[in-house]
Ligand binder design. Structure first.
Ligand code: PLP
Length: 378
């Protein structure tokens, strides 16, 4: 048995998505910028994909710009705020993905922006009054707050944050990479200027995503060259990626309620089994609180296993794929765990679930873990 519990890193491609993509690998190979039929039919498919995504999110098609994934969408939102909207102050959280934090650090080190961080508690809850105070005391700012954290799963109230930004005239970007396809986003109601999404986090292909940019908000051109994506992003489009992205979102939205219930049950089972069989376990941030965390992510703090070596290697040797913090920060102490003041001498394991996981896999994983700790104690 091979068990994949690292769905916050990436997800398995859905079979329906695979079927939707294959004609664009084999039959429809025209360049969408070409004016002949081969090109036109592909161009039409791209615009169809854009319309599907816009429709699902209650946005308009011209608000969706395809990118190579979440990283590019995050970079674009931030750089556009600085280049097109004269933003000189950015308010963010210490928990953001490096796609946001590293971009902001570069801008700060270049002297282009001043950075402020919203105060948080030891569970990673944001102090919204502090955000309001920061906004009140500075010129027009960009607020960049992720919808859900990829390591500990904390959900942030982006409806409320959007309202605070609105009342203070701030730009708002939310990295929704971990929630897109897992929660319904109604962009006609959410006060946000930009959001970022990535297909491979919801059973779509890797290397494709999109940035949503609200009508009337300017985006800066990241890549120069051809006139693709209304001259916002040059380069021949990733056609199969775009088709797969739209299909993945369509499938996700179709089954969203059923999958949420199913996956939340798996997560609850994992929490209960770990508490029962390991005992000395706690959960980082709001990870174990159902309405305050992603139902796909559980960050467990487990006892130091001293003699047993690396816990992640043990899982790997037992054909169970899990992650320590996030896949991107492998090998270094997680900035998220540090920011919440987690006990770094304990072992943190991030279990992340999908619709393809089963209760048997959860049971087997906890049994393997329990066997390890029993062997150490013996
Ligand atoms: N933002 C968050 C919250 C993520 O979890 C990730 C991926 O792990 C990214 C951004 C980057 O997305 P991508 O891998 O599509 O560039």
């Amino acid at each position: 048995m091979r068990i994949y519990l690292d769905n916050a890193a990436t997800t398995q491609l859905d079979n329906e998505v695979f079927k939707a993509i294959t004609p664009y690998l084999l039959e429809y190979y025209g360049n969408p910028s070409s004016h002949h039929e081969h090109g036109r039919e592909v161009k039409q498919a791209i615009e169809g994909a854009r319309a599907t995504i816009a429709d699902l999110l209650n946005a308009s098609p011209n608000e969706i710009v395809f990118t190579s994934g979440g990283t590019e969408a995050d970079n674009t939102a931030i750089l556009s705020s600085v280049r097109c909207h004269q933003i000189k102050h950015v308010i963010t959280t210490p928990f953001e993905h490096h796609a946001v934090l590293h971009t902001l650090e570069v801008l700060k080190n270049n002297g282009e922006v001043k950075l402020s961080f919203i105060n948080t508690d030891s569970h990673g809850n944001l102090d919204i009054n502090h955000l309001d105070a920061l906004l009140r005391s500075s010129s027009r700012s960009l607020v960049s707050v992720m919808h859900a954290n990829n390591e500990i799963g904390n959900l942030n109230n982006i409806d409320l944050i959007g309202q605070v930004c609105k009342s203070r005239g701030a730009l708002f970007h939310s990295d929704t990479v971990q929630t897109m396809g897992h929660y319904r986003h109604d962009l006609s109601k959410l006060y946000t200027h930009f959001i970022a999404a990535s297909a491979h986090k919801f059973h779509g292909p890797k290397g494709v995503g999109f940035i949503y940019c609200r009508d009337g908000v300017q985006l800066s051109q990241l890549l120069h060259g051809g006139s693709q994506e209304r001259k916002l992003r040059a380069g021949t489009e990733n056609i199969y990626g775009i088709i797969g992205l739209a299909k993945a979102l369509e499938v996700a939205y179709r089954d969203i309620d059923e999958h949420q219930v199913y996956i939340q049950k798996l997560k609850n089972r994992m929490i209960a089994k770990l508490q029962e069989q390991i005992g000395d376990v706690y959960f980082n941030g709001n990870s174990a609180i159902a309405d305050k965390s992603l139902y796909t992510v559980l960050s467990a703090s487990l006892p130091d296993n001293h003699v047993a070596g690396d816990l992640l290697t043990y899982f790997d040797q037992n054909n169970i794929s899990v992650s320590g913090g996030s896949a991107c920060s492998t090998g270094t102490a997680s900035h998220v765990l540090k920011a919440i003041g987690a006990n770094l001498s304990r072992n943190t394991v991030r279990f992340s679930f999908s619709k393809f996981n089963t209760a048997e896999e959860i049971d087997y994983t906890v049994e393997k873990l329990s066997a390890l700790y029993k062997a150490i104690a013996a």
